[in-house]
Design a protein around this ligand. Structure first.
Ligand code: ATP
Length: 233
């Protein structure tokens, strides 16, 4: 579904992703793990058209989407649930959900909003509350719901557990598992490497802008280097 070849990304003269190859097959959950600053988020941003790819290609369902605008990438079927949630703080929960569907032209948004509220009952309770006043966990549910409102084929999650209490982190992991069971394809960047590798069918380990290891979630969990550096044992 997603095929990245030789992707190079940087800021100004400095390159932070040095020509990576990466694949996500339909229905898979693929995790990107690695230290801070390894280039995971920059890779996601390039896929979503938020920053420029200096070279290389990104193909989605056979179509070249390299350096296309963010909204055309959303229309192609990719949505990102961004690091830090980035909800629209002044808008209420309902309006934030509607914003997720802005690129859609069908008339089923109301039905999908109901589905999101069934999936995240807290959002129904908070429907008219300003999104900026939600707790971190509630905001994450909203950011996930807003991303799903685009009816994406590929859902990208950037650090969904960041800054959340352990109980909520477990809930977020469970929700991502449910989204996978709904048949969505998932690309996940997560500092909580154990959670990511448990969820992932396959994973890539990033180090200083390169992919240094690739395998199934289980393979990476049982790799001694990964266990020592990223899983704390
Ligand atoms: P983290 O988990 O900390 O987000 P990451 O693997 O996602 O790490 P990136 O956020 O992609 O890493 O950052 C890769 C490198 O690019 C880092 O050295 C970072 O300082 C740099 N970088 C990121 N955003 C910018 C920017 N807007 N301008 C300049 N440099 C940037």
């Amino acid at each position: 579904m997603l095929e990245i070849r030789g992707l190079r990304v940087g800021y100004g003269a400095i390159d932070v992703v040095h020509g990576i190859d990466l694949d996500v097959k339909e229905g898979e959950c693929v995790a990107l793990i690695g230290a801070n600053g390894a280039g995971k988020s920059s890779t996601l941003k390039a896929i979503c058209g938020l920053i420029w790819a200096k070279s290389g290609t990104i193909r989605f369902n056979g179509k070249d989407i390299t350096n296309q605008s963010g909204h055309s990438i959303v229309r192609a079927g990719i949505t990102m649930c961004p690091e830090g949630r980035q909800v629209f703080p002044q808008m209420n929960v309902l309006k934030n959900l509607r914003m997720g569907a802005y690129a859609r032209r069908d008339s089923e948004q109301a039905q999908d909003i109901e589905e999101m509220m069934d999936m995240f009952p807290i959002l129904r309770q908070r429907a008219t509350q300003a999104a900026g006043t939600l707790s971190g966990g509630e905001m994450e549910m909203l950011a996930i719901g807003r991303a799903l409102m685009a009816r994406p084929k590929l859902c990208i999650f950037d650090e969904p557990s960041l800054g959340l209490a352990p109980k909520i982190v477990a809930e977020v992991g469970e929700i991502i598992g449910r989204i996978k069971k709904m048949g969505k394809t998932i690309l996940l960047v997560e500092q909580n490497s154990l959670m990511a590798l448990r969820l992932a069918d396959r994973a890539y380990l990033f180090d200083a802008g390169e992919i240094v290891l690739e395998g199934t979630g289980e393979e990476l969990q049982s790799n001694p280097e990964v266990a020592k550096a990223y899983l704390g044992h």
